[in-house]
Design a protein around this ligand. Sequence first.
Ligand code: FAD
Length: 435
Amino acid sequence: MSATRWSNWSGKQKSDGQVQVLAPVSESELSSVLADPNHSGQRIRAVGASHSHSRIAAPDELMVVTDNWQGVTGLVEPLGLPQPDLSGPARMEPSDVDDVASSRSTSDDLDQSSPIVRVKSGTRIFQMGEPLWHLGFGLMNQGDIDRQSIAGAMSTGTHGSGSTLKNISASVVGARILLADGELAECSRWIEPELFELARHSLGSVGLVVDVDLAVRRRYKLEERLWSEDPNVVMADIENLITSNRHFEFFWMPDRDKCACKSLNELSSNDDSATSVEPIEQHSKLHRSGWSHQIISTLRHDLHTEMEFAVPASSGPACFLELRVMILKRFPDLQWPLEYRTVAEDDLAISTATGRPTVTISVHQDVSIDDQPLFDACEEIFRRHDGRPHWGKVHYHTGADLARLYPRYGRWWQDRDRFDPDGRFLNSYVEDLRP
Ligand SMILES: Cc1cc2nc3c(=O)[nH]c(=O)nc-3n(C[C@H](O)[C@H](O)[C@H](O)COP(=O)(O)OP(=O)(O)OC[C@H]3O[C@@H](n4cnc5c(N)ncnc54)[C@H](O)[C@@H]3O)c2cc1C
């Protein structure tokens, strides 16, 4: 076992001091983290890729690195699904996949018949693309980047864009979690439903996630278009842009007052007419296309920190306009963009999209600059629009503020405390969000 000082991707967040580090390589090593008397009573924090901008992954005492616990295990049946016909195979084999893919999943909508893959919790999203493709599948959607771990993405409600596409947590249909009492619990909508509800936005504070079962769909190709546009033109047509594209988003650049727009639309899987993953220019737009895992996410090399709020979709245009006016007046030299995306409504207790079609707006700032003046000014506007802060990004909301935004927030905490009465899976950051 070693010790280190944890910091996140941007280097902006650091643990208060040195923390002990474990990097289990097997399920039995993961289990022994809880059984080991040397760690009894210590606060445990699993970390994925440490890409959260908030201190949600900051370990207080013991950090469990999941980089040695990665990989797509394969197709599985839903955990706890009542099986009327017990004579069928317990697990599907890869050879069954074509049949499953054609019969089970033909759209973005997650339904009970979607194929399900089991993924080890430390698996980065980019490590899933090829193995899933070989099985005949693709993820429903992805975020801007694919460097996150699946457990980290699930625990904070990571999302991409698309008014019919939900966040990653909503694609999770089961999980295996080591609880504070050392038990390895399985959960899904059919077994331990309260634990399942907690797990899908675990905030790292429920247990050590071992595996995640994800609903996937038949593999698919996407065409990307990128173009530059005046923000007034974009906002005059925003509803059409959102509804006529599978995925639409834009980055507004304050220093130029211009929008970099991006759309993604599905191609037929047999369509080889434009299969270049490198961009090609056509009519002032850049085009590229390929399989979903090659196209949706991009790399972000420039270190930054970020605030993001989810507002009701109907408030998105007004909220963006207020932010734009404020930033042009008070922060005209801001060199970092605002990003405008959509997320479909879900019914998860503390999802930022629960109960309402959603627009997310994120604000970026350079890591070398004090972000608080900009973020304070933006949060004031987000609050007026009933904004819900992204769980993995910077915000200044208290537990009482969050309880006002989520009717089931108090219940989430009661259930969490039941599974972890001594708070071994809390850290000081999440503890401060208690209602
Ligand atoms: C450049 C960049 C781009 C981003 N783009 C997007 C985007 O497009 N959309 C979006 O929604 N977000 C985005 N984010 C935010 C990011 O997706 C989330 O913060 C996500 O949680 C990061 O995943 P991670 O693996 O780094 O998790 P970490 O930051 O390491 O951890 C997040 C939480 O998950 C918990 N956790 C991790 N593994 C486990 C486990 N095995 N068991 C229990 N708990 C665990 C941690 O304790 C912590 O509470 C971006 C962040 C960056 C830096």
